[in-house]
Design a protein around this ligand. Structure first.
Ligand code: ZN
Length: 421
C-alpha cells in the first residue's frame, strides 16, 4: 500500500516518499478512512469486526489519481488532424488552416447538450477504469457567453450525477474566437467580454473555482492574460495558466507573481522560470501526453524543476487536439521515460501534489485517517510496474469514497479454451 502519508505538497527528495506499508489495510467508515495500518492491526480494531471485508489479494493499493488538467467537455475527436501532424504540419499551421481549437469550437457549437454530456459521462467511466477519482475540467471550446456557461453547467450536473469529483475551471481565454479575428481591436473586445460579462456571471453562478488562460503565440498575450486572471481573482476565481508550451512568453513569471495555483505545460521554460517556480507555491503541472501525441522532442525539464525544489504535478491534459488520452498510468510511463522522473516521483506528482494544485489536499491525494477513501488497486506486484507496463491498463479496481466505481472484468463470460471454430 502506497499511503503517500505526510506533508503535502512534496518538493525535491520528498517527492519520492510513497509511505509504503506492507500488508496494509484501510478501515473505511462513511466513505472516509477511519484507520490505516498493517492488516493484522486494522483487523484487530473493534470496529473492524462488523466491517465488510474487501480482499484485494495482495495487489498494489494507492490513492486514486487526481488528474489536475483536462478539457473534459468537447464534441468529437480531431482524428482528421492526426494525419496532417504525422505528415509534418505543426500545431500552429493546422490552427491557421481552421483546425486546432477553433475546429473543436465549431464542433461544440453544432452538438446538443445531451450529446456533450453523454460523451463526457462515458469518458468519466473510462477515467475511473484507469484509477482516476478526482479531476479538473476546463471550459474553453465554447468561446461565447451561452456556450461557455453551458459547458460549466454540464460539468456541475455531471458532478452531481456520477461519482468522480469534477473541479471546474473557466477557460474562456482558450483562443480568440473566429469572429473577433478580423477586427483590429478584436482581442481587446473579447478580453472585455470575458472580464466584464463572463467572469462575473461564472462567479455569480458559482460555476468554477479557477480561471485559466492559454498564454502563448497564437493565443493570448502576457498582458491580456494578466488582465483576465486579475478579473478572475477579483471574482474569487484562483488563477491557473497554460504557460510556455509552444513559445516562451513569460507566463510562468506572471503565474508566480499572481500566486497562481498552477502553471501548466512548461516545455519552453528558462532557468529563471525554474527558479521562480521553485521559490513559489505555484505547482508546475507537466503534460507529457501532449508532447507525445504531437511527436515533439522537447519535453518540460522535470528533473531541473524537481531538483530546484518546484512542486511538480503530472496530468493527462485530456483533450481532442493535443492529448487524447485519459490514462494516468500512461502519463506515468511518459513521466518516467520522457521526463526522467522515477516511478515514485511520478506517482506522488499524480496524487498528493495534484490534489494540492486543486486545493483538495486535505481531502484526497493520500491514504490517511480523515481523508476520503479514494483508492486505486493495480494488478501488479511492485508499484514500479504501473508505469513499466506502458499502454497496458493494470488497474484492477477503483473506489470513490469507499464505493467501487470500477472493477476489471473479462468482457466475455468465459475465455474459450480453444478456437470455437
Ligand atoms: Zn490544456
Amino acid at each position: 500500500m502506497l499511503t503517500l502519508r505526510g506533508r503535502a505538497p512534496r518538493r525535491g527528495k520528498a517527492l519520492s516518499d510513497l509511505g509504503i506499508l506492507r500488508n496494509g489495510a484501510l478501515l473505511i467508515r462513511d466513505g472516509v478512512i477511519a484507520a490505516v495500518g498493517t492488516g493484522s492491526k486494522v483487523e484487530a480494531l473493534p470496529e473492524a469486526h462488523a466491517a465488510e471485508k474487501l480482499d484485494v489479494g495482495g495487489r498494489v493499493v494507492l490513492p486514486g489519481f487526481v488528474d489536475s488538467h483536462t478539457h473534459l467537455i468537447h464534441a468529437a475527436s480531431r482524428a482528421e488532424e492526426y494525419e496532417l501532424k504525422i505528415a509534418g504540419a505543426s500545431y500552429e499551421e493546422i490552427a491557421r488552416k481552421g483546425g486546432g481549437i477553433l475546429n473543436s469550437v465549431k464542433k461544440l457549437h453544432a452538438a446538443t447538450s445531451e450529446a456533450l454530456k453523454k460523451r463526457a459521462a462515458d469518458a468519466l467511466r473510462e477515467f475511473a477504469a484507469y484509477g482516476t477519482t478526482t479531476l479538473e475540467a476546463k471550459s474553453g471550446y465554447g468561446l461565447d457567453i451561452a456556450s461557455e456557461l453551458k459547458i460549466l453547467r454540464l460539468q456541475r450536473e455531471l458532478n452531481l450525477e456520477q461519482p468522480i469529483e469534477i473541479v471546474s475551471t473557466f477557460l474562456g481565454a482558450h483562443v480568440l474566437p473566429a469572429e473577433y479575428r478580423s477586427k483590429a481591436d478584436g482581442a481587446q473586445q473579447y478580453v472585455a467580454l470575458l472580464t466584464d460579462r463572463l467572469i462575473p456571471e461564472v462567479a455569480a453562478e458559482k460555476l468554477a473555482e479557477f480561471c485559466d488562460v492559454f498564454c502563448d503565440r497564437g493565443a493570448f498575450s502576457r498582458k491580456d492574460s494578466k488582465i483576465i486572471l486579475e478579473a478572475g481573482k477579483k471574482s474569487g476565481l484562483s488563477p491557473r495558466i497554460h504557460a510556455e508550451q509552444l513559445t516562451r512568453t513569460g507566463a510562468t513569471q506572471l503565474a508566480v507573481q499572481m500566486g497562481a495555483a498552477s502553471c501548466d505545460h512548461l516545455e519552453q521554460v528558462s532557468a529563471a522560470d525554474v527558479r521562480a517556480l521553485a521559490e513559489s507555491n505555484t505547482i508546475a503541472t507537466l503534460l507529457p501526453g501532449c508532447d507525445f501525441h504531437l511527436g515533439l522532442k522537447q519535453y518540460a525539464p522535470a528533473r531541473a524543476l524537481i531538483d530546484a525544489g518546484a512542486i511538480v504535478a503530472v496530468a493527462t491534459d485530456y483533450n481532442p487536439g493535443t492529448s487524447p488520452t485519459l490514462s494516468m498510468p500512461m502519463v506515468l510511463s511518459l513521466a518516467c521515460t520522457q521526463l526522467r522522473m522515477t516511478p515514485a516521483e511520478a506517482i506522488a506528482a499524480a496524487t498528493v501534489n495534484a490534489a494540492y494544485s486543486l486545493r483538495r489536499d486535505r481531502r484526497v491525494g493520500s491514504l490517511e485517517v480523515g481523508k476520503q477513501a479514494d483508492v486505486a488497486v493495480f494488478d501488479v506486484e511492485d508499484y514500479r510496474e504501473i508505469p513499466y507496463y506502458f499502454g497496458v491498463n493494470k488497474c484492477w479496481m477503483t473506489l470513490k469514497k469507499g464505493q467501487p466505481i470500477f472493477q476489471k472484468a473479462h468482457t466475455v463470460s468465459g475465455w474459450p479454451a480453444r478456437n470455437p471454430l
